[in-house]
Design a protein around this ligand. Structure first.
Ligand code: BTN
Length: 263
């Protein structure tokens, strides 16, 4: 049997963040899948984090696969939904809050690059994705849980990725040519997530203006596949419910969900 030394300092994560429990696995299918399987016990110890060095079946939005390799930071934060008083119709804001949190951290640790939040759930630099976010809501034992799955390409190289992924994604390592301490990046992201979610609850207008300042799509002509319709228009911004607002030939259209095909 080979012993696996965790590449994370779990004691430090528990000391420096509001997280009460870390469920760490060297390798698992997907941190979000495991979080949903263990949701009942994890809600009893929330906020909790499911953390892995490596995922074998990472999931993205709309049933997509999330490709990652060793060196990426992949985790899912489990929150009790009643601790996050954001109305159900405004839940898209949570992915945007997470995007803002990740963007803040990446800007701090890689100051030579510009990072943007791309509605509804990505962080990009230039046209390349560096982080994907998957927010899911689920019930266990009559309690509502929020599972915020975050994948950040940190010390992995996208040069190892399948061509269709490497063409449109990058990592901190590929950008900066250096490695980063994963525990440090995780702690920073968890601290920022706390701040940003609190900001969306207590100061929603300020939080929204920060999202709009960080938004990649604002001011661009954008094409979105939303609920089987293809919508093209000039992006005015993101509204208070987290919807993308497009000025189209038919007037203003608000997209609550969708896949951005062109921008
Ligand atoms: C997307 O870009 O569509 C979202 C990708 C989310 C990936 C993260 S990695 C950690 C967590 N576990 C998963 O299986 N998915 C999320």
């Amino acid at each position: 049997m080979t012993l696996h030394a965790p590449q994370f300092d779990i004691a430090r994560i528990l000391r420096d963040t509001s997280v009460q429990h870390v469920e760490y696995h060297p390798s698992l299918s997907s941190t979000s899948t495991v979080a949903s399987e263990l949701l009942g016990p994890l809600l009893g110890r929330a906020p909790a984090v499911v953390l892995a060095d490596e995922q074998t079946a990472g999931r993205g939005r709309k049933g997509n696969v999330w490709w990652s390799s060793a060196g990426a930071l992949t985790f899912s934060l489990v929150l009790n939904a009643c601790e996050v008083p954001i109305a159900a119709e405004r839940r898209p804001l949570i992915a945007l809050a997470a995007g803002l949190a990740v963007r803040t951290v990446l800007t701090d640790i890689a100051p030579g690059f510009e990072f943007f939040v791309k509605w509804p759930n990505d962080v990009l630099t230039g046209a390349q994705k560096i982080c994907g976010i998957l927010v899911e809501q689920q019930t266990a034992n009559d309690q509502q849980g929020l599972i915020i799955g975050i994948g950040i390409n940190v010390n992995n190289s996208l040069r190892e990725a399948p061509a269709e992924v490497s063409q449109r994604a990058t990592s901190l390592f590929d950008l900066c040519g250096q490695s980063f301490e994963l525990t440090d990046v995780l702690i920073r992201v968890l601290q920022q997530l706390d701040l940003r979610i609190t900001q969306f609850v207590n100061q929603p207008r300020l939080a929204l203006s920060e999202v709009n300042r960080a938004s990649l799509l604002s001011g661009r002509t954008v094409t979105v596949l939303s609920r089987d319709a293809i919508i093209s228009g000039h992006c005015i911004g993101i509204d208070e419910d987290g919807q993308l607002v497009l000025q189209t030939e038919q007037g203003l259209i608000r997209c609550s969900t969708g896949i951005v095909q062109q921008w």
